[in-house]
Design a protein. Structure first.
Ligand code: MN
Length: 252
């Protein structure tokens, strides 16, 4: 029996999680372990300084008062008592494209699955003020889940899927887009005149790149980017070795 773990960062009550779980049930036994409250933009955070509670919500549905990364660890050790055959995180309300993946709790759920040794997928769709249609995202996730269960990806690799609004034209294999990061923090004042601050979401200026996830979703395609936890810049290795006169140097 194929065991599939479904998590997210929007919380266990999120519709996107439920639609995703339903779409994966024909592939195996689905267990949901998800945060009890929304944990968006929490990245790969791991809770080490307070205890975690695991709450059984319904049959094969559990909530953890922690992060998506916590949820995957709790699922593997306490619920499934072993690695699942697949971890799927989402469906997130809002894209996780390009450089933004490092902020994403959704992507971190899949990343943690990959680090523990399971094939993993993160799924996100375009944010909207209207009612969400999770159908196309769920179908895209199921399509790719089936594909990687049949032909596994290299170890420590996982997929980041982003889905455009409406019916997608198809699926494109992509690379991460690069965004021009401009920081914006607004200062306001409370009734006592003391300042407080809001970090504002960055301006969406993306570098043009035909291969990128951003370009694909803008053109109406589902983007699927293979990611890996290794952040080493292999391009920079030689330059750094030149600076430090080889692979080892003395501290002066
Ligand atoms: Mn989220």
């Amino acid at each position: 029996m194929i065991r599939i773990l479904v998590t997210n960062d929007d919380g266990y009550r999120s519709d996107g999680l439920k639609v995703l779980a339903d779409a994966l049930r024909h592939l195996g036994e689905v267990t949901i372990v998800a945060p009890i409250e929304e944990a968006s933009a929490i990245g790969h955070a791991l809770t080490l300084r307070h205890p975690l509670r695991l709450e059984a919500i319904a049959d094969r549905v559990y909530a953890v008062d922690g992060t998506p990364t916590d949820c995957v660890n709790m699922a593997v050790t306490q619920v499934l008592k072993g690695l699942p055959d697949l971890v799927v995180s989402g469906i997130n309300k809002g894209w996780n494209l390009g450089d933004d993946v490092t902020y994403s709790g959704t992507v971190a759920g899949a990343l943690e699955g990959a680090l523990l040794g399971a094939p993993a997928i993160a799924v996100s769709l375009k944010a909207t003020r209207e009612a969400y249609d999770f159908g196309p995202s769920a179908r895209a996730a199921a399509t790719l889940a089936e594909a990687i269960l049949r032909r596994p990806l290299p170890a420590r690799t996982f997929l980041n899927i982003n889905v455009p609004k409406g019916g997608p034209k198809g699926i494109r294999v992509t690379v991460q887009a690069k965004r021009n990061h401009v920081t914006s923090v607004a200062e306001r004042h409370d009734p006592k005149g003391r300042p407080y601050y809001w970090i504002e979401e960055g301006l969406n200026e993306w570098e043009p790149d035909e291969r990128s996830d951003y370009h694909a979703v803008k053109a109406g395609y589902v983007s699927v980017t293979p990611l890996q936890p290794d952040l080493t810049s292999y391009e920079a290795l030689a330059a750094l070795e030149e600076l430090s006169f080889g692979r080892e140097a003395e501290v002066r």
